[in-house]
Design a protein around this ligand. Structure first.
Ligand code: EPU
Length: 337
């Protein structure tokens, strides 16, 4: 185990802020997880796992050990007439894994093409897009429980998946995911109800969608609408879409007939946070090194080499203005350190 000291986190997270970590190590095996955590415990220093750092904002130096997850490998465990069971190392790139499945014609995660991040990070915030969430295809998650110093295997229900959340997000640093088992479908049911997917498939005259056609449509939509973290610092949606009661929804829709909202249950509506932020005038606004992305207000972008706290403060201004205008408290989706 090699530990470096006082390293820059700039290239290790997609916001690219120049904060530092006291200690840094790479993890490429399950043994390395145990050794690194033991090291951190002996030194009585906090630790943090980074995949590709695409959903995290550092607002100050991290005074502890950063562990970069690099456990690799895609292993077929079982194949039946209709399903394929795969075990994937937590350090594998998510999009690479999606394309691996798409090329084999295995369905289930094609709607999640081009989401930045690693396979091990996917269950943490239960990544989701265009009507599909990672939880829909996850069978088991193997993780190191730092409280009991044991590896455990959690089934789908154990993971307590919700909208952009899970047990792993709720218990922040307790579990370190080493691998994830997925079930993919050989005769998939396609999820094409999302408006933009329908439109792209229609434009391409694609009457019989395939796993590949959907993946290509999603790649096109995301490329057009979301900033590429390799070119401009960002972490995708910065906020979650909030939920409100039906009664409150009725008050709002009467006042703002263009409000975008979807019923989740008979009593609960999910509101498009991007619409709320845009309605408060933030779309395309830049202040110093930070801005609200001009094509999607849910995304905060980092234009120059500013400190993380500037991004945090900008997000706080957005939260306060949405609260003032709509009486809705936005919650950050990005993990803040
Ligand atoms: N909208 C606006 N103004 C904006 C942004 C959006 O009016 O600035 C409207 C859109 O026109 C649309 C509605 O809000 O009618 C929803 O927008 P969109 O389809 O872009 O989806 P979203 O709710 O803003 C969520 C996810 C995205 C995911 C898309 C597609 C969250 C927090 N975000 O965004 O996930 O790609 O749906 O399924 O749930 C991410 O998590 O990083 C991410 C990009």
């Amino acid at each position: 185990m090699e530990i470096s000291e006082n390293i820059s986190l700039q290239a290790l997270h997609s916001f690219g802020c120049n904060e530092k970590a006291s200690y840094f190590t790479k993890i490429d095996s399950v043994e390395a997880i145990e050794k690194s955590i033991q090291w951190a415990k002996e030194k009585n220093t906090p630790y943090l796992i980074l995949g590709s750092g695409s959903n995290i904002l550092f607002t100050k130096p991290f005074e502890g050990l950063v562990l970069k997850m690099e456990i690799m490998g895609i292993k077929k465990l079982k194949e039946t007439a209709s399903e394929v069971f795969l075990e994937v190392g937590a350090g594998e790139n998510w999009h690479y894994f999606v394309i691996y499945c798409v090329q084999k014609g295995w369905g289930g995660i094609e709607n999640l093409s081009l989401i930045p991040g690693t396979v091990g990070a996917a269950p943490i915030q239960n990544i989701g897009a265009y009507g599909v969430e990672a939880k829909d295809c996850i069978e088991l998650v193997t993780a190191y429980d730092t409280q009991t110093s044991q590896f455990i295997t959690l089934n789908n229900a154990d993971c307590k998946f919700g909208y952009r959340t899970s047990l792993f997000k709720m218990e922040k640093t307790r579990y370190i995911i080493s691998s994830v088992q997925f079930i993919l479908q050989k005769q998939p049911i396609f999820r094409t109800e999302y408006g933009a997917i329908k439109e792209v498939l229609h434009q391409k005259n694609n009457k019989q969608p395939s796993v590949e056609a959907i993946a290509n449509a999603v790649i096109q939509i995301r490329t057009e609408k979301l900033p590429d973290p390799k070119k401009i610092g960002n972490a995708g949606s910065f906020f979650k879409n909030p939920t409100i009661t039906k009664d409150f929804y009725e008050v709002l829709i009467a006042k703002y007939p263009k409000l975008i909202a979807y019923p989740i249950t008979d009593d609960i509506y999910k509101i498009a946070a991007g619409w709320l932020i845009e309605a408060c005038g933030w779309k395309g606004i830049q202040k110093g090194n930070v801005g609200c992305y001009e094509k999607q207000s849910l995304v905060i972008v980092h234009y120059n080499n500013g400190p993380g706290i500037e991004i945090y403060n900008f997000s706080e201004e957005i939260i306060q203005s949405v609260l003032k205008q709509f009486d809705i408290l936005l919650e950050r989706e990005v993990i803040i350190y």
